[in-house]
Design a protein around this ligand. Sequence first.
Ligand SMILES: [Fe+2]
Ligand SMILES: [Fe+2]
Length: 371
Amino acid sequence: MSLPKGKKNKEILWDRWRDDLLINSLNEGVIVIDSELTIRVYNKAAETLTGQTAAQRIGEKAEVYSLEDSPAFEVLRTGQPIYNIENDLKDGRTFLVNYIPIKHNGETIGIVQSFNDVTERKKLETALIHTRDELDEAFALTLPNSKVEYKLKSTPEFRDVYDPRTGLITITEVIPDGNYRHVVNALKVAADLNHKGIMGLVGVKKDILVETLIFHDIGKAQPDLKVGDKVDPLELFEPGMEHAWRSADIAEHYYNLPEDAVTLIRYHHHSEDELPPSFPSYLLPMHRLIRVIDGLSASLTRRKSKLMLEAKSPTVFIWEENEHPSYAGQWAINLFTGLQRHYTLEDDTLDKYFKGKEIRRISNGYGAERQ
Ligand SMILES: [Fe+2]
Ligand SMILES: [Fe+2]
């Protein structure tokens, strides 16, 4: 159709086409019904999504496709919009629907219903939840008993923001089973390093590492805090070395963990120069590895960081994206010498270790994504 000549005629046509163009160019299905439930508008996307044509439907009564009663009745009654309702259709699909009232002189005379097919997204969400449940179950099987599971699941971790001016933190989120998440994330990091070959390093023993990670924070005592609390962390949180000592005693006396695992648990909050002379030097590579894994897992659990790992024995390379600038960046640690090297995100020195390789990116949720 060509535009007729004359500016005025063009304006008239634009006016006539405007609503049609707008409504039919949308990706969302749009159906407008009046208060008698008669269909007045049926756009192209609605035709695709429902398999019926506007010619068939306009002028007809609206049908209820969902399993439940349509919220449209409530919108007509109250005049209030309802957004993001998941409608399970009789044919098995799920639509996400908005119901917006059309008002005239204060009276609700109709409803605009806009909708999308979210069936695939829902399937993906369900699959993810299942993966998470399966992982939970698999991990629970590795725990020695339900007491350990209960302790980990009932010890919270907190997300917070730190105010450097006052030294106080404000709690922004409570993760009720934070300790459990922390241990699972630590095992995920360990599994990734295993995949990269680091467990093949002389001086690193997989069994000891796993036992240490499961029990390292078992003796942790956390304060009872809620979102919005502003507290002095130094006053409220027990120093790490104290729960490390308690965890080691519990692991040794109640769970008969091997001596090396107990020692690693006892000193997991000691930096290298704080270790006593009695600390066996053969455990140093494991001590370094556990401290790296513990820190990375804490970031995954509490700071929503993203992580990429690479290993070239005896060096572990880490690439971390973190909302906390002092943790973000690239660094490497040599597990034999303890030497660490930090890189800035702009520095591409580590690229040669990551480029062109299939890298597992660990996110703070479950299920490592490939990229
Ligand atoms: Fe700890
Ligand atoms: Fe920890």
